[in-house]
Design a protein. Structure first.
Length: 203
């Protein structure tokens, strides 16, 4: 049961990250928001599975990674539930739009960035908790650890106001979409390798 749930979580991560890249490429905002709402569930399932395997002398790192995955999940599900409900279904005045809509780079966007900063920290500590026994695990471990670097950009760049200052006047934000696709290209192998990791445990 434990391994099945963890493998399912890895599959959810893989599929949602792939779809997110596709939806960013075709500029389908609703689809991007929907898969981002599902992704945290798979990430928690995957991270908890890796935590369950870590050895006693690595439990602190594993515990931190699992707790931060829950923090990430909370922030991101709130962010994207608001986009799929309030923003999509209601007419917002200018002040509410500045807070709620992503293209205004306001409070909700900043919460999204903080959430993904927590995800990066979660992968960093989860990677530290892993004991790589084969080539797949080594790649997975290092990709997760290096992914921790995103904590710095996700957490501190919004504090500079650079996203607001560099927003195109026409609202196209092609650079932002390309950055998201590049992130997907990095994170997709993590989902795939985690799925392979748990699949090997079945044998």
């Amino acid at each position: 049961m434990n391994n099945t749930i963890s493998k399912a979580g890895s599959a959810i991560v893989t599929v949602t990250v792939f779809l997110f890249a596709v939806f960013q490429a075709i500029n389908w905002t609703y689809g991007s928001f929907f898969v981002c709402f599902i992704l945290p569930i798979g990430f928690v399932m995957m991270t908890t599975g890796l935590h369950n395997e870590c050895e006693p002398d690595r439990k602190v790192a594993g515990n931190i990674g699992m707790v931060l995955s829950a923090v990430y999940c909370t922030f991101i599900m709130l962010v994207y539930f608001s986009q799929l409900t309030t923003v999509t279904n209601e007419t917002l005045n200018d002040q509410a739009a500045r807070i709620m809509k992503f293209d205004h780079f306001g409070l909700i966007f900043n919460y999204d960035m903080l959430g993904y900063g927590m995800m990066a920290l979660s992968t960093f500590f989860t990677g530290l908790s892993m004991k790589a026994e084969n080539k797949t695990d080594k790649w997975l471990r290092w990709l997760m650890i290096i992914h921790g670097v995103f904590f710095l950009s996700c957490t501190f760049m919004p504090m500079t106001g650079m996203f607001v200052k560099t927003t195109p006047s026409d609202g196209s934000n092609i650079g932002g979409r390309l950055a998201m696709i590049a992130w997907c290209a990095y994170f997709l192998p993590i989902g795939i390798l985690a799925f392979r990791h748990f699949s090997k445990k079945d044998k």
